[in-house]
Design a protein around this ligand. Structure first.
Ligand SMILES: *[C@@H]1O[C@H](CO)[C@@H](O)[C@H](O)[C@H]1NC(C)=O
Ligand SMILES: *[C@@H]1O[C@H](CO)[C@@H](O)[C@H](O)[C@H]1NC(C)=O
Length: 320
């Protein structure tokens, strides 16, 4: 360890840590190991992918586990991200290089392609600008040595036109600020098979065109707490602009202030490889974290922690 890493680790030891409680366990979960893409609807219900261990199925996590949507027309679909808006569910389909929209939310039966481009690397996850109906998509191609082009950023406008906004090292977590003027995008670098950098980039967003500019580093986990080797996975903002960041392999969620400072950790006891987080629940302020169960890697576990503020998505969905 070099001095910078030691100093960062010492600083991390002073960060307040809270402990989440198991919500779905290896014994009770109906989700498979690839549970990810946590999303909330206007009622505070929580959804995630890999229901019944099917990549083509999305299930409800809270308040009760049940199938929400299974793509029977395209059983090869691989859903990895879920967002709600405009009375529909928007699903990132990795294998289809598209976003699917499920409109009839009562019947779980009908999906259409919202946007598609064969040149999309995945998409891995998505963020929705509620004011414009515009989506932002991340994606990656995991290789031993990453390069610019191992990750990409796309936008889909309200008409469903997909446009590539940029190429990066591996991109994964994606979120907007509460005023939808700032886009956050994670970027990870691989060298010789090892993960060597994990940061969150921030951009200014042009609401009309979706174009991003003024790229800057919002948070660099190597400098923040010496965790450059641990991937940033899903991330979600609360209505104050604090960012909850899944730290895959570290069994924790990092909470960042709107200025990008490390504010707290939420420690998980049953999940090491945490893939996604979302604020849901009756008041939209319970943080849920999802990932494969440490006790049974074939199942998806969920933990819950009472957060101090409502989620950005839940808050935006009220009164729509
Ligand atoms: C779960 O998956 C199994 C195996 O693919 C299938 O036989 C079963 O019908 C599914 N159950 C539900 C509730 O979808
Ligand atoms: C992913 O990376 C591999 C190795 O560099 C390359 O051969 C492949 O074409 C890439 N796939 C895409 C979709 O870019």
């Amino acid at each position: 360890m070099n001095l910078a890493v030691l100093l960062a680790a010492a600083a991390a030891a002073a960060v307040p840590a809270h402990r989440a409680q198991p919500y779905l366990t290896a014994q009770t979960s109906a989700f498979g190991a690839l549970i990810e893409g946590a999303g909330v609807d206007s009622l505070g219900r929580l959804y995630a992918v890999h229901y019944n261990a099917s990549t083509a199925a999305v299930g409800r996590v809270f308040p009760a586990q049940e199938l929400f949507y299974a793509d029977r027309a395209r059983p090869a679909a691989w859903f990895n991200g879920v967002r709600f808006g405009g009375g529909a569910a928007l699903l990132a389909d990795v294998r289809g290089h598209r976003v699917a929209r499920v409109r009839d939310m009562g019947a779980f039966s009908h999906a259409e392609t919202r946007c598609h481009d064969a040149a999309m690397l995945q998409p891995n996850d998505l963020a929705l600008a509620h004011s414009t109906g515009r989506l932002f998509l991340s994606g990656m191609n995991y290789t031993r040595d990453s390069a610019v082009g191992s990750g990409d950023l796309w936008t889909c406008d309200a008409r469903g036109v997909a446009t590539r906004l940029g190429l990066f090292h591996r991109t994964n977590g994606i979120e907007l600020s509460p005023d939808e003027r700032t886009l956050y995008l994670s970027e990870a670098e691989n060298k010789g098979g090892a993960v060597v950098a994990n940061r969150i980039l921030a951009f200014d967003v042009d609401a009309a065109t979706g174009a991003v500019s003024n790229r800057r580093t919002f948070a660099d986990f190597g400098a923040l707490d010496g965790s450059a080797a641990s991937d940033v996975d899903g991330m979600r903002a609360d209505e104050r602009g604090f960012l909850y960041v899944a730290r895959w392999g570290r069994g924790r969620v990092a909470v960042l202030t709107p200025a990008g400072a490390l504010h707290a950790y939420i420690l998980l006891s049953t999940i090491s490889e945490v893939t996604s987080v979302e604020l849901a629940g009756p008041a939209g302020r319970d943080l849920f974290a999802v990932g494969a169960c440490s006790a049974d890697p074939a199942r998806g576990c969920v933990e819950r922690w009472p957060a101090p503020a409502r989620g950005r998505a839940f808050a935006r969905l009220q009164g729509q």
